[in-house]
Design a protein around this ligand. Sequence first.
Ligand code: RIB
Length: 345
Amino acid sequence: MSSQKRVRVSVSIREVAAHAGVSVATVSNVLNRPDIVARPTRDRVSASIAELGFVRNESARQLRAGRSRTIGLVVLDVANPFFTDLARGVEDEANKAGLAVILCNSDDQERKEKRYLELLEEHRVQGVLITPVVGASSRLARLQRRGTPVVLVDSRSPSRGQCSVAVDDVLGGDLAVSHLLEAGHQHIAFIAGPRTIRQVADRFEGALRALERAGRRHEDLHVIDVGALNVASGQKAGADIAAMTAGRPTAVFCTNDLIALGVLQEMTRHKIRVPEDISIVGYDDIDFAAAAAVPLTSVRQPRQQLGRTAARMLLEESAGGEAHQHQQVIFEPELIVRQSTAATR
Ligand code: RIB
């Protein structure tokens, strides 16, 4: 006879109560508020739960409570360490509140984002954290009107009627290009992801502001547009730069670290020395930036702090209801200088 205990599919809470010799309310307290149950009783009920193989019915609990014990997180690119670091901060806060996180990847596509928002609403999540694709505001407003709190993360709210947590990306772009101008670079390239992404547009605005302050023209910035904020885009832009026989820039500001790592890889492949022949600045300061073959100068975003702060705001809004006061939090980025940049020769 196998020693494996047969677990019946649906052991009821009543059977657990009868087996432990307590009321159904006491079993419910052991499951939901164990701290108010005396230790001997709690141990006896836990032993009955284990013995009978009881598993709580989350769907039934959710129907009664009206909300699941989850929050949704919708990010632009789950393959980007920026977002996984952000998700780590969200999970830390959610876990403290006994909640799980449903991670959704929109791939910066409106269609995918829309489907995920519908799915999260159907699952009655406690709330949704989202880095929205362009044009999401009406969808998100509808979600809120129907009772699901929404907090923007890594994205500034256009109104005070919405919580948001973001970083001052205009300052970030200014820090990056000012650093290169102060190092004497005259010919700087800006590798821009899709300008429809507000964070990219803000970094570009900051780069132009740094040029203006140095008495330079916007046209002095050599803009290379790429279709996505990933390593492959950086490799393609890097190949274009390597192919320049005349007028090659002496410095490159990349919209994020993944692009910068792709450029760095391509420079190495073409035996173009970093920083001796060309300086490179990234953005986010993901862990791979410091670990790169030539440690990357990057504009640091407080990734996990973004996630923790946004999750806390969402849980406050979910618990606070009408009394909740919306907040728009903006963190300042920080320039981390490493070996990938140097003064021009
Ligand atoms: O959220 C858009 C971009 O901002 C992402 O690429 C991420 O790297 C952050 O920098």
